[in-house]
Design a protein. Structure first.
Ligand code: RIB
Length: 297
């Protein structure tokens, strides 16, 4: 079982020829809505990878709530601990440029009400997996990581979006998953020693005894554990829309580790899943199914 505690959004997506500079207006070519939120995206990715998944989070009592949960429900993610908050369902305003890159603004809404009390109420079994991101209150993430350690739960923390305050508790997670810019920012905050990213990753793993995974987009993935350093390639693709690719990677990685794959094999599969998620528009609609990955490896 993988528990995800995290955000649930409805994504409002505009396709534009190119991303505008500040103060600039650019013409768009299409508008769509799709379920999103880093937590929900990762839950769906883990489920499509074949894991049993439960989601802890919150939506509002508005019309967006059902849309935001639709694909999780259809996939069979356990949703009994998704609460109804007094705030509206979280929203992400997303612009996707012609090169597949994006800019995103998130209005947290109900996600801001996911509290340490929700963690306490959840109940965890020893040996299960917990996957977290940073779109819910930081106190809740801290409480969840502490609860995981106390309960013998294996925890993964995806450090998106970056918050410098979480540098204080990164060491509580068994696996930290960052993109390159997040890792470089944490390296500064934590004053990690080394002349290169690889040396700083090794320094983090040696100091904490944990695994640090850094995603590099088309350059693949690096991972440092106390006794191991891995470089894993990804699939070559021409991206259509990169929204949700990192979430797909995280969900697939958690699923792979929970089924007992080695770190290297789990990373390879997760990297391939993240690449395939760039080939279709929308965060959740683009998350590939396990069968689509297995034939590529
Ligand atoms: O990581 C992509 C996600 O970030 C989107 O689905 C959006 O909801 C934001 O949370």
């Amino acid at each position: 079982m993988i528990t995800i505690i995290g955000s649930i959004n409805l994504d409002l997506i505009a396709r534009v020829e190119r991303l505008p500079a500040p103060g600039e207006t650019v013409p768009g070519s299409a508008f769509s809505t799709a379920p999103g939120g880093k937590g929900a995206n990762q839950a769906l990715a883990a489920r499509r990878a074949g894991a049993s998944v439960r989601m802890i989070g919150a939506v509002g009592s508005d019309a967006f709530a059902a849309q935001a949960l639709a694909l999780l429900e259809e996939a069979g993610v356990e949703l009994s601990r998704v609460g109804k908050a007094s705030s509206p369902t979280g929203i992400a305003m997303i612009l996707v440029g012609g090169d597949g890159e994006n800019v995103i603004a998130v209005i947290p809404g109900a996600n801001a009400q996911v509290s340490p009390a929700n963690v306490e109420a959840a109940g965890f079994d020893q040996g299960e997996f917990l996957l977290l991101q940073q779109e819910i209150p930081l106190a809740t993430i801290d409480a969840a990581l502490r609860r995981a350690r106390a309960s013998g739960v294996i925890s993964l923390l995806n450090t998106a979006p970056f918050h410098k305050e979480t540098a204080d508790f990164l060491h509580l997670a068994d696996y930290v998953i960052a993109n390159e810019s997040e890792f470089d920012l944490y390296s500064g905050v934590l004053a990690l020693v080394g002349d290169s990213r690889e040396e700083k990753m090794r320094a983090f793993a040696a100091a904490t005894g944990r695994v640090i995974v850094v995603t590099l987009g088309s350059d693949g993935v690096l991972a440092a554990a106390p006794e191991q350093f891995l470089k894993v390639p990804t699939l070559p693709i021409a991206p259509v829309d990169t929204v949700g690719a990192g979430d797909t990677f995280c969900g697939y990685l958690a699923a792979g580790l929970s089924e007992g794959l080695s770190l290297e094999v789990a990373l390879r599969r997760a990297a391939a899943a993240g690449a395939l998620a760039c080939l279709k528009p929308g965060a959740q609609p683009s998350i590939p199914f396990r069968t689509e990955i297995d034939c590529k490896l």
